[in-house]
Design a protein around this ligand. Structure first.
Ligand code: ZN
Length: 328
């Protein structure tokens, strides 16, 4: 991965290279895009799966330079697909986390970027959680789809655990990989990913608050995990099931809905194993489209919940219909 690729996604740029890269990435934005920068404050979207309340919680959004980041495509092709969706590069990526209110348990799925990307870029999760009516101390379990900065970053603040009463569940292959002192040299995967895993997970490991997910199966009552090596070695899907309804939290199966639904073979520089990531995406889209599965996508436009529709040459993303009637 080149330095420019590492700098292309603002969150990673901030985590890796600091303010200089942030300025460089912002300078790449056309003036029109800059004028569209708006702050929504805390953002919460509620739904139910069966009788279980689920909350999409916004951590914020960030610009993403798809010209630099996407692989197995060209900038011209990316621009054409963005234009079809009335978008332009750099494209705005949401950072969504999800909260599931199970009987006796409050389960958070991913934690946003925390303070890793600096002011104004992500880090809004706690405000959204409180807007939904909860405090960090009430969270009993945290399911991490994979140990990247924009999913595990919110676990810590100033090196301390934000969720003092929570057990963190994360794919054992991610723990094995990111805490293997030889893995960086062996694979060439950027050192900053290993640093992020240490920063965000070690305080929980030291406190005995990490439960590795070693195999497919139930993680907490009502939510099961399946492991899908590719984007990272321990990337996981989590499936919430209740009353005959399901919602599958897919982690970074998709970074750009405009590009990767029509062309699932397009990969991204963050993939630890891009061929594996593409294979996982192709298989999952096929299943989701055939079965009409409701899925939660962290980087799709908030709330990032919707369906996958088969199209002639690929797939399309169909976000949920907005619903807002009566008290929940
Ligand atoms: Zn991500």
């Amino acid at each position: 991965m080149t330095a420019s690729k590492r700098a292309a996604f603002v969150p990673l740029a901030l985590a890796l290279l600091g303010p200089f890269s942030f300025s460089a990435a912002m300078a790449a934005s056309p003036p029109a895009a800059a004028q569209q920068v708006v702050s929504q404050g805390a953002d919460v979207y509620r739904l139910r799966i069966g009788s279980v309340p689920v909350f999409a919680l916004s951590d914020g959004s960030v610009p993403m330079d798809l010209h630099q980041l996407l692989q197995h495509t060209t900038p011209a092709r990316t621009d054409a697909l963005l234009q079809r969706n009335f978008q332009a590069n750099p494209a705005e990526a949401s950072i969504n986390a999800y909260l599931v209110q199970l009987p006796g348990r409050l389960v958070l799925i991913d934690t946003g970027s925390g303070e890793l990307f600096g002011p104004g870029a992500g880090g809004g999760l706690i405000a959204s959680l409180e807007r939904a009516g909860f405090e960090p101390g009430q969270v009993t379990d945290i399911l991490i789809t994979h140990a990247h900065s924009d999913h595990s970053g919110g676990l810590v603040r100033g090196g301390r655990r934000v969720f003092e009463n929570a057990m963190v569940h994360v794919g054992k292959p991610d723990l094995d990989f990111f805490f293997d002192a030889t893995a960086q040299q062996r694979t060439g995967y950027d050192q900053q990913y290993f640093d992020v895993a240490a920063t965000t997970l070690k305080p929980y490991l030291d406190a005995g608050k990490v439960s590795p997910i070693a195999a497919d199966g139930e993680v907490v009552p009502g939510i099961s995990a399946t492991l899908h090596a590719g984007h990272t070695p321990g990337s996981a899907f989590f499936t919430l099931s209740d009353g005959g309804e399901n919602l599958v939290f897919v982690g970074d199966l998709v970074h750009s809905t405009a590009v990767q639904f029509p062309e699932p073979a397009v990969t991204i520089a963050y993939d630890q194993d891009s061929a594996g990531a593409a294979r996982v995406r192709a298989e999952a889209f096929d299943v989701f489209a055939r079965e009409g599965t409701l899925v939660a996508v962290p980087h799709a436009a908030f709330p990032g919940i919707g369906h996958v529709r088969r199209e002639a040459d690929g797939y399309a993303w169909v976000g949920v219909t907005y619903t807002n009637r009566g008290p929940n």
